[in-house]
Design a binder for this molecule. Structure first.
Ligand SMILES: NC(=O)c1ccc[n+]([C@@H]2O[C@H](COP(=O)([O-])OP(=O)(O)OC[C@H]3O[C@@H](n4cnc5c(N)ncnc54)[C@H](OP(=O)(O)O)[C@@H]3O)[C@@H](O)[C@H]2O)c1
Length: 319
């Protein structure tokens, strides 16, 4: 887990923007399980955050000073702004942010229309390739990505079974989000409960957690099923990698396809996803829940809520 001793609070002058640069006043920080991986000193899809660097983080705010006509003062922006109250972007800083279209709330830009919703969209539709009538299982079902992935599964005409860590979370995804069923993995035998709740087997497993739950899904997959390896949060705090799932041979026997992806692989198509998500949200088919924790200095503690399961929906810090 992260501890306060991983971080140092530093006060510095807010920089003046140079040529092509702008200063953003950060208002919300996105908290993501991936942050745990970003501080590991090992090869990954992004270089590790170095000791002494500002913690990497998605964030949103407004431009307060600018020497860049594409980032005018007052513009609402979202980007990798980091854990800081003011971020210098543009020019030669290597940091950039996207100007949000009129009417998009900063919180939505970090959740349903940000990488959370877009991960759910491409993960389920492009990697999972569900067909109408398929059975989809989503772990981390009451979290940011899982809650949206499951709702998209319903929109495209599938049976959707969630897996989450409490009865309350399960009730929320079934009663409020329209999942067909939800398994509380802390009190139920997941492999048996999947067999009960998926009478036609599992065609698509959207994996947010890995570990024992992935193993339970592997036991229930249909021939030619697809496993969307979106995340494996149950393993992110492991000091040493655990052995893999016991039922991995089912990948051969049932001719499964298991594919990992990182949302930035789909960068060129982000607008397509955001627009479709906006249409579904506008039609009332997609609900977005954001859990907001107050105060910049609560970020180091709040990020651990992702690992204890204390969050429901997308977790964000309000500065
Ligand atoms: N591939 C990509 O590009 C991409 C992009 C974004 C996110 N992700 C991945 O998507 C997953 C969800 O991310 P998110 O931001 O939406 O977080 P989230 O689901 O809102 O929060 C994480 C949730 O994981 C569950 N969890 C934590 N430890 C667990 C364990 N040991 N076993 C089972 N469940 C556990 C907790 O819910 P419970 O109470 O249900 O345990 C917790 O609320 C993560 O694995 C993340 O790395 C991938």
């Amino acid at each position: 887990m992260f501890t306060d001793s991983c971080f140092e609070v530093i006060e510095a002058r807010v920089p003046e923007p140079g040529d092509g640069e702008a200063v953003v006043k950060v208002e919300y920080l996105s908290l993501d399980p991936a942050m745990r991986g970003w501080v590991r000193d090992e090869r990954s899809y992004l270089p590790p955050v170095q000791l002494g660097d500002v913690m990497r983080s998605g964030a949103a705010g407004h431009v307060v000073a600018s020497n860049n006509p594409e980032l005018p003062v007052g513009a609402a922006v979202m980007g990798m702004l980091g854990w800081q109250e003011h971020a210098l972007i543009g020019g030669n800083t290597g940091a950039m942010a996207n100007v949000l279209p009129e009417g998009i709330h900063l919180l939505d830009s970090l959740s349903i229309f940000g990488s959370t919703g877009i991960t759910a969209y491409f993960g389920l539709l492009d990697i999972g390739q569900p067909k109408e009538g398929d059975t989809i299982v989503v772990s981390g079902a009451a979290g940011g990505v899982g809650s949206i992935a499951g709702q998209i599964g319903k929109i495209v005409g599938c049976r959707v079974v969630g897996i989450a860590g409490t009865k309350e979370k399960c009730s929320w995804v079934v009663d409020e989000l329209g999942f067909d069923a939800c398994i509380d993995y802390r009190t139920e035998n997941v492999a048996d409960a999947l067999a009960d709740n998926c009478p036609n087997g599992v065609d698509v497993y959207f994996d947010n957690v890995g570990g024992d739950i992935l193993d339970a899904a592997l036991q229930n997959m249909n021939d030619f099923g697809r496993i969307v390896a979106c995340g494996m949060i149950s393993r992110y705090n492991d000091a040493d990698p655990e052995p893999g799932p016991r039922h991995i041979t089912n990948i051969v026997k049932r001719r499964l396809r298991m594919q990992g992806f990182i949302v930035i692989d789909f960068w060129a198509r982000f607008a397509e996803a955001a627009m479709q998500l906006a249409v579904w949200a506008g039609e009332g088919k997609l609900k977005n829940r954001v859990q907001v924790v107050d105060g910049f200095l609560s970020a180091p503690t709040a990020v651990n809520m992702l690992f204890t399961g204390a969050n429901t929906g997308k977790l964000v810090v309000k500065l």
